[in-house]
Write a protein that binds this ligand. Structure first.
Ligand code: UDP
Ligand code: MG
Length: 346
């Protein structure tokens, strides 16, 4: 089938075939990697024939301790080029995604997990929306969450409700990190200077033409998820504070609400004393109100602290990650390796 030129494709590479970099963050995924690579390579072969699409894969080893890097480096670079970026320690998935984006060649970029939960077969669908329908951001979303615990589903609902509360640009609910960005969308993502990154939010915030694709995530092939409740809460706070001032607004509203309640309660007591000659109620109501106000104040100071902490880490301006090793294996030539020390050094 002939390749239909897109806005994105024609912008960076007017004459050549469109290129796509597949970025895969890896944290202790050595076991399942060869099988995943085989599946991606199959899709790459298919896309090369069907659309003349030129694929490369960027594996980012996020400080794994199970030899993920070595496995990635030993994979066959057929029919696609392989880059292996080994970070100097575990920086977290968001940092790994940025490292992949920074190393990907100019052109479209596709992000997918390395645990087999993002089905490589779906790549074809994402590419079709990008090339045939000229979408810049093709993001996937879980078709449903029926297999998740009720508490988790409620948590997710609350998170998005708060995140999008009063926001001019809404971040789509349930959207995952499995997504394809056109060349210009990927370039926009590279221009975001912030260090506290919430990838899903950022790629929605940049705008351009976006489309949603529903999918059913597969079960993890090997190992266990590296996210626990503490980390999920951490990511949620990260997302909330980088994308909205809703928590601060909630704080102000709560303050107003408490002040109003106190006003009414106070007036009521005065009225009761004056009209009915009742005594002022004693300790219990006093202690309860002091505790409520004290607790609310502490929570709100914590919320403020989150934003102050974020400002501190942005001001420090540290690199998001360091690269310990970077190797490139071209489909045509043999492997070569070059050590790189940091993102800034490149
Ligand atoms: N991952 C990473 N660094 C981390 C944690 C995870 O690069 O510190 C990678 C992991 O190898 C996988 C992807 O991010 O490819 C998603 O991780 P996981 O499956 O643990 O998350 P979940 O699917 O449960 O959201
Ligand atoms: Mg997973």
């Amino acid at each position: 089938m002939a390749v239909k030129p897109t806005k994105a494709g024609t912008r960076t590479r007017p004459t050549s075939t469109p290129t796509l970099s597949v970025v895969v963050p890896l944290f202790n995924e050595a076991k399942g990697l060869p099988a995943l690579h085989e599946r991606i390579a199959e899709v790459a072969r298919y896309l090369q024939v069907k659309r003349g699409l030129n694929l490369e894969i960027v594996y980012v080893d996020d400080g794994s301790s199970d030899g993920t890097s070595d496995v990635a480096k030993s994979l066959p670079a057929i029919p696609l080029d392989i880059q292996v970026v080994t970070l100097s320690r575990n920086f977290g998935k968001e940092a790994a995604l940025l490292a992949g984006l920074d190393h990907a060649r100019p052109g479209a970029v596709l992000f997918m997990d390395g645990d087999g939960q993002h089905p490589p077969d779906l790549i074809d669908t994402l590419v079709a929306r990008w090339l045939d329908d000229s979408y810049d951001v093709v993001y996937t979303a879980k078709a449903h969450r029926e297999n998740e615990a009720l508490l988790r589903r409620i948590g997710v609902r609350l998170f998005y409700a708060l995140l999008n509360w009063g926001a001019r640009h809404k971040i789509p609910e349930d959207a995952g990190d499995f997504r394809l960005l056109s060349a210009r969308a990927a370039e926009a993502m590279r221009q975001m200077p912030e260090r506290n990154r919430f990838f899903k939010g950022l790629s929605s915030w940049i705008g351009f033409r976006q489309v949603r694709v529903d999918y059913e995530p597969a079960a993890r092939k090997h190992g266990a998820t590296s996210w626990n409740v503490r980390m999920l809460v951490g990511l949620s706070i990260e997302g909330l504070t980088s994308f909205s001032v809703a928590p601060l607004r909630v704080a102000s509203l709560l303050g107003v609400l408490l002040a109003l309640t106190a006003l009414f309660f106070g007036s009521w007591i005065v009225l009761e004393t004056l009209l009915y000659g009742k005594d002022v109620p004693g300790y219990p109501s006093l202690v309860v109100s002091v505790m409520v106000i004290g607790g609310v104040q502490l929570i709100l100071i914590g919320v403020l602290g989150e934003y102050v902490g974020k400002m501190l880490s942005e001001i420090k301006g540290r690199p998001v990650y360091f690269v310990a090793e970077h190797s490139v294996k071209r489909a045509s030539e043999s492997a070569k390796a070059r050590p790189v020390t940091s993102r800034a050094a490149e």
